[in-house]
Design a protein around this ligand. Structure first.
Ligand code: ZN
Length: 352
């Protein structure tokens, strides 16, 4: 099968803006390669570089939404989330205590001079583990930069790498706030919402159950709900960590685990964390949320700082979120201070 046929078999063309329907758009960016692009290009059986160029990010000239020019047919997504990566890696990191000196040192020890040439997939895996630990380490910018530069050299200089790695390993103690080892279950963030939403009595979340604010909301005596959405994504049947599964880990009453389509109403606040950019119909999704609550928030990758990766259907900015607020008759507040040291921002919506 030639490359074009392979693309046609696996991809759907997105011919107009998923938010405002305009067909006017321009090139935005080519996603950087990562674990998902490695797996997806393999499953389509097309060279990774060609694949990333084909799917690419385009920007709507009217509302500013960045979205994928092509998206994946259901069987491709289903295979990705049910077979290739059944466990959500970032969710998993909130359970496993991998932010450890030993984990870092052991991973560095797996590097050897030939690994980059001999087994590029294994090398990339090592790189991802090291990067995730570095991501969790606050400060030490220069040291992290030095280490990264060495990792990116054509020929690995193991002695130099070990030297810097030793220096880094002495700094690995407590993961930084909001990093993938901690998630968003953050006291200050919860207090921030409490100050913004009057009479906050109940709180619900959709998405990955392992990184949100449900535990803290419960601690403060709020009624909590988890909303499950039928979708091909992580947090499916095979995505669990620990024997009981992630939702059960939240210790929510069974009756408070609801279907997203259910008619539950009057929730004081709904939190949607690093999830909205996976949604293929953002307007419909937001309208459904608004039937359940007058207040909700999205925590989203800041596209001015972060690359829009292959697994994200869209990328949001103040401009496109303002358009969404207009279309849904809501007021939008953007905050990029409360969540520190992370390439995300917080968008709070209130019904007019
Ligand atoms: Zn648009």
């Amino acid at each position: 099968m030639n490359t074009n046929k392979k693309f046609t078999k696996s991809l759907i063309e997105i011919s107009s803006c998923p938010l405002c329907n305009s067909k006017l758009r321009k090139h935005h960016s080519i996603p950087q390669r990562n674990l998902y692009s490695e797996i997806l290009s393999n499953s389509i059986n097309v060279e990774e570089k060609k694949f990333l160029q084909k799917v690419k990010n385009v920007e709507c000239l009217k509302c500013g939404l960045v979205y994928k020019k092509f998206w994946f047919k259901k069987f491709i997504l289903s295979n990705l989330f049910n077979n290739s990566i059944p466990l959500h890696p970032k969710g998993r990191d909130t359970y496993l205590n991998r932010f450890k000196k030993k984990e870092f040192t052991n991973t560095v020890n797996q590097l050897n001079k030939n690994i980059k040439k001999k087994n590029i997939n294994k090398f990339n895996k090592i790189l991802r583990i090291l990067n995730s630990i570095l991501e969790g380490l606050s400060g030490n910018i220069l040291l992290k930069k030095k280490f990264n530069l060495l990792l990116n050299e054509k020929e690995l200089r193991i002695d130099e790498l070990n030297k810097i790695a030793n220096q880094i390993s002495t700094k690995i103690k407590k993961p930084k706030r909001f990093s993938r080892f901690v998630g968003f279950n953050d006291e200050k963030l919860w207090k921030f919402f409490n100050s913004k939403i009057k009479n906050l009595k109940s709180y619900a979340e959709i998405g990955c159950p392992s990184w949100g604010l449900i535990k803290i909301a419960k601690k403060y005596g709020k009624k909590v709900f988890f909303l499950k959405r039928k979708e091909i994504n992580f947090w499916g049947k095979k995505c669990y960590y620990s024997k009981n599964g992630c939702i059960k880990n939240l210790l929510i009453n069974k009756d408070n685990i609801m279907d997203y389509e259910s008619s539950i109403k009057n929730i004081s606040l709904i939190g949607i964390i690093e999830y909205f950019d996976h949604i293929e119909n953002p307007l419909l999704f937001t309208e459904t949320i608004l039937r359940k609550t007058n207040n909700f928030f999205y925590i989203l990758d800041d596209i001015a700082k972060a690359n829009i990766t292959i697994q994200h259907f869209s990328g949001w900015s103040k401009k496109s979120l303002s358009k969404l607020a207009k279309l849904t008759d809501t007021k939008l507040f953007i905050d990029n201070k409360i969540i520190k040291d992370k390439k995300v921002f917080l968008a709070i919506f209130k019904k007019n």
